[in-house]
Design a protein around this ligand. Sequence first.
Ligand SMILES: Nc1ncnc2c1ncn2[C@@H]1O[C@H](COP(=O)(O)OP(=O)(O)OP(=O)(O)O)[C@@H](O)[C@H]1O
Ligand SMILES: [Mg+2]
Length: 446
Amino acid sequence: MRTVLIIDDNPAIGQALSLLLSLHDIRPLIALSPDDGLATLARESVDVVVADMNFSADTTSGEEGVALFRAIRARHPDLPVILLTAWTHLEAAVGLVKAGAADYLGKPWDDAKLLATIENLLELSETARAVEATRVSRRRRRRVLEDQYDLCGTVFASDEILSVLELACRVARADVPVLITGPNGVGKDRIAQVVHANSAVRAKPLLTVNCGALPGELIEAELFGAEAGAFTGALRAREGRFEAADGGSLFLDEIGNLPLAGQMKLLRVLETGQFERLGSTRTRRVKVRLISATNADLAAGIRAGTFREDLYYRLNTIQIAIPPLADRSDDILPLAEHFLGAAATLTDMARDALLGYPWPGNVRELKNCIERAKLLRGDGAIDVEHLGLPAHAAGTPRNLDDPPREVVEAALKKHGGVISRAARSIGLSRQALYRRMQRFGIPADM
Ligand SMILES: Nc1ncnc2c1ncn2[C@@H]1O[C@H](COP(=O)(O)OP(=O)(O)OP(=O)(O)O)[C@@H](O)[C@H]1O
Ligand SMILES: [Mg+2]
């Protein structure tokens, strides 16, 4: 629970503040002397301290308050401290704020102002803690991946791709089929490379067959090979990709387009390693690590009778689903900068436009967009007009939780700087508002 420690030698002040805080779901702790206060801090987990400046009746210099503040700082460098001070020691209090105290209030204090200050500090420390915790854990997971695996130059900042890569790398070593799903251009090929690069057969090649690119009979010949004369135009005997990939990996892209006859053969290879070339009765045997990908809904294909259910269950032992780029906007700018290279920069407006666009063509579309912008930009930075994004995105706000700076500022002002209330008033979460404030450079204590 959020806890505030009040250090004041006047028990009446402790009681009044305790009541105020308890009414707002804040746990109050009271200490009647500086020593008592420091002992409490050593014992309890405290989020904010409210400290008096004067502790003995015969001193009014505020020196004790200064000494207490220094003692707290020495032991708890980040703990926010609010000073309560008689107006006569204003100067000492201001000095302490310069030295890192969070704020000061004159006695008698204004309850609303004190509460607003405390709430803000509590929120900041909660947010900072939460943000820090996710950042640390994300960084650690990323480092583990980078140290142990070959990520094939995959660029990412999102949690989604972090999880995708973790899964891809972990299943890579096991000899099980992997099915990669996701819409056009999200990076399915890229993840297939990652699986192969971290597999036991990484020294062997990864061959790719696009099942959507060839018509029925040809795709079977492509996969399984054909004897001369097996079909019209088959002048010479040819080896199929399964034979060529023996001992390595085979990536079957757009697997949803494989005709039913090919699906049956594929299932047999997966189960027994056996197949025959078209036009041949000689059974061949291979060992191939199969990776497949689709942007189609295979379950719908099963219902429609165009995809074999048994093959589906065989292929998707491990399924890696790559979310569309619009659902992982953390990746947009890092990818854009990657495609940009060191050659050019983006204006703030261009960044906003990239973040606001829905990217139906995903990473491939982003890549093409940046390539085009590099050609169009001339010498300067890349601006919105160089991106040539379709107009429909321009007028739509990036998303509903994205108010402009003026709205954020006005809401903060109206709610006395209390982030949670300001956030609620404009339909944002506390964290979301906090991120906007960081982006706009609005200080938390405005
Ligand atoms: N995370 C990434 N980091 C760097 N480049 C990426 C990343 N994701 C995708 N790309 C690049 O974007 C382009 C499209 O990716 P890819 O070909 O892997 O998508 P796909 O899902 O296989 O597309 P399709 O559905 O058309 O087969 C490629 O040039 C790829 O190298
Ligand atoms: Mg692909």
